[in-house]
Every structure is written in C-alpha cells, then in structure tokens.
Design a protein around this ligand. Structure first.
Ligand code: HEC
Length: 144
C-alpha cells in the first residue's frame, strides 16, 4: 500500500475535521482487504498442492497488487502509527515482494520455489500481525 501518499489527505482531514466520526465498532475497510488476502493466500496454497500453476500465479498476482483502504482510513491508521509507519509499511512491501516471487515461481512451475515463497510471504503476514494487530484492535475497536 502507498502509505505515504495520503499525507496530503491528512492535511485536508485536519482542516475539515472529516473522517473522525466513525463509530468504534464499525469494521475498517482494512479488515475486508485482509479477508481477501486470506482467501488468496489459502487459494494459492491449495493451487500449489494441486500443481495448478495458472491458479497459483493468479492468486499470487492478486496478493502482489492487493486492494487498499480508502485514503482517509489510511490517514487514521498512519496518524495512529506515527513513527511506526515505516515498519508497518515494510511488512506490507515484504508481502508484496514475496507474492511477486511466488507468481514467478508458479509461472515457471517450480513447486519448491513456490512453497518457499508462500511460506516467506506468510512470515511477513505474521510479522505484522504479531507486532501490530492486538494494538490495532485495541485502538480502533476498543477490544482488549
Ligand atoms: C502491514 C501489516 C499487515 C500485513 C502485512 C498483513 N496484515 Fe493482516 N491484519 C493487519 C491488521 C492491522 C489487521 C486487523 C484489521 C481489522 O481487524 O480491522 C489484520 C487482520 C487480518 C485478518 C483478520 C480479518 C478479520 O476478519 O478479522 C486476516 C485473516 C489477515 N489479517 C490475513 C492476512 C494475510 C493472509 C496477510 C498476508 C498475505 C496479512 N494479513 C498481512 C495487518 C497486516
């Protein structure tokens, strides 16, 4: 995700007071982005097991170019992350990079490389979750 792009939107949001009234219990768009990434990760793993390389490459490509939350939501997240924004973003870049390598491995029908790239991608999913998810849920949903 282009986490630095919405800084202009931040200025706008601060100027207008927009985007801050969202209720605590309302799910962020990021959650549905994550659900899609989970589905693509699972489908890529299944496809590798079936040696369905076209399907594996297609799901890997979706992961490499996954959807992003809207600008104002990214602003909310960045405003919360502050100095952690780069670390958070790096986990996402690692996911995208491993997903792109997974796509290449699938296109080359290289099952060993594909399994390795999938595992490496999931380590970056887990890395971000381990570092931020609990704090994220506490901040944006008020869950302990
Ligand atoms: C840059 C950090 C980051 C990366 C990278 C990341 N996630 Fe997440 N993930 C989160 C955060 C934050 C949440 C909590 C979002 C929420 O509940 O609003 C989350 C939540 C989830 C959830 C739970 C969704 C739900 O319905 O509660 C799943 C599943 C998930 N991620 C899968 C993945 C997968 C699969 C990958 C890698 C392909 C991944 N994530 C990579 C930060 C990340």
């Amino acid at each position: 995700m282009h986490w630095m792009k919405p800084l202009a939107a931040l200025a706008l949001a601060l100027a207008t007071g927009a985007g801050w009234a969202q209720s605590a219990a309302e799910p962020l768009v990021l959650r549905s982005v994550m659900a899609q990434m989970q589905a693509d990760t699972q489908a890529a793993g299944d496809a590798i097991a079936r040696q369905d390389w076209a399907s594996a490459a297609s799901h890997a490509d979706k992961l490499a170019h996954h959807a992003e939350p809207p600008a104002l939501e990214k602003v909310r997240i960045l405003t919360w992350l502050l100095t952690d924004a780069m670390t958070f973003r790096n986990y996402d870049l690692q996911v995208k990079s491993a997903a792109a390598q997974l796509r290449t491995a699938a296109q080359q029908q290289d099952g060993v490389a594909a399994a390795r790239d999938l595992a490496r991608m999931q380590q970056s999913c887990d890395g971000c979750h381990n570092s931020y998810r609990a704090k994220f849920l506490a901040h944006f949903y008020g869950t302990p």
